[in-house]
Design a protein around this ligand. Structure first.
Ligand code: FES
Length: 146
């Protein structure tokens, strides 16, 4: 498991400024109330492990972080630390996710907390890849049927 720390200075950590950016190409994803559809050919950040983008706004019920993991799979999480709700970033090797705040809660790619003050893990979103598109669903609430 990675012991890396995402490079953030103390001011960035105090202010909770994450390293992951929104996509440079705003047309790379769409959401109309069902699954989010992300065109992977328009998101070069996801070509390498540790690369990531944030998806926010446009009516999304949750802000999300999409990353290429060390396992070369794409992982999508609700972008909300289980401690106090700050955003998270992938470590540069794509092995773990880490909160951008001073507490640096760190999570495995399955969302489990592995370090830091967070009590709750990251919520993972179901994903499906087909013909260069990534289809992203939202995690079910407790008690909700799949
Ligand atoms: S909000 Fe993430 S560690 Fe505190």
């Amino acid at each position: 498991m990675s012991t890396q720390s995402v490079k953030r200075n103390i001011f960035q950590r105090i202010l909770g400024l994450c390293a992951t950016r929104i996509p440079a190409d705003p047309g790379c994803w769409r959401y109309d109330g069902g699954d989010i559809v992300l065109d992977l050919s328009r998101v070069p950040q996801l070509n390498r492990p540790g690369g990531a983008v944030r998806l926010e706004g446009r009516g999304l019920p949750h802000r999300l972080v999409v990353c290429r993991g060390m396992d070369n799979a794409i992982h999508v999480f609700v972008n909300r630390c289980g401690h106090a709700g700050r955003r998270v970033d992938p470590t540069s090797d794509g092995a773990t996710m880490q909160c951008c705040s001073v507490g640096k809660s760190t999570y495995a790619l399955n969302g489990e907390v592995i370090a830091g003050p967070a009590r709750n893990g990251l919520r993972k979103c179901p994903v499906r890849e087909d013909k260069g598109k990534l289809y992203i669903g939202f995690p079910k609430k407790k008690g909700e049927q799949p």
